[in-house]
Design a protein around this ligand. Structure first.
Ligand code: ADP
Ligand code: S3P
Length: 173
């Protein structure tokens, strides 16, 4: 079984994924970390040196290889992963994949991302809260079409990581 967490940057995919994998005794894989390992450089450096299209191509290849592997895993994707190429359809076509959308509202995403935007190349240039919020509002709206195709959607505002994990476990098993 592959439990694939999707959602906007800052929605908690990595934090929830780590704890969920411990709760289920599944392997945890962070897709960005796998891309960094495979390319030998940070996501920010891949964007600045090779460009976003190159990053999306690698992201597509690496997620497919992971999904086609035998192991049980919790996979934290990047915020853009399901929105490019054939990934959403690919995930939907696999019987051993459960996709979960971590839904987080604009205000909370903006607050979190304001503190952590430097390692995220798509937003690192936005240097005040108003411009970050305007960007996230539009971007989240454009991406919601893909996120909403997940098999399970969970509201995560004001819910702790532990509670989100408990909710997922209760819904899946
Ligand atoms: P993603 O992997 O989706 O980009 P992260 O797991 O890195 O998101 O979380 C972004 C930030 O938000 C981190 O500082 C994390 O501690 C915090 N965070 C994530 N989920 C929650 C939550 N449910 N409640 C409070 N803070 C959270
Ligand atoms: C991206 C999100 C990032 C990372 C890259 C692009 C996006 O992952 O994959 O910076 O397109 O939303 P996180 O969602 O873990 O920040």
């Amino acid at each position: 079984m592959k439990i694939v967490l999707i959602g906007y940057m800052g929605s908690g995919k990595t934090s929830v994924g780590k704890q969920l994998s411990t709760a289920l005794n599944y392997k945890f894989i962070d897709l960005d970390a796998q891309i960094e390992l495979s390319e030998g450089m940070s996501v920010s450096k891949i964007f600045s040196e090779r460009g976003e299209i190159y990053f999306r191509r690698k992201e597509n290849e690496i997620i497919k290889n992971l999904i086609l592997s035998e192991e049980n895993m919790v996979l934290a994707t990047g915020g853009g992963t399901p929105c490019y190429g054939d990934i959403t359809n690919f995930l939907a076509s696999k019987g051993n994949v459960i996709t979960i959308y971590l839904k987080t509202t604009l205000d909370i995403l903006t607050n979190r991302l304001m503190l952590e935007k430097n390692k995220r190349p798509l937003i690192s240039h936005l240097n005040n809260e108003v411009s970050l919020k305007d960007f996230v509002r539009k971007h989240l709206f454009e991406r919601s079409y893909y996120y909403n195709q997940a098999q399970l959607g969970l509201d995560t505002d004001r819910i702790s990581v532990e509670e989100i994990v408990e909710t997922i476990v209760a819904k899946l098993f």
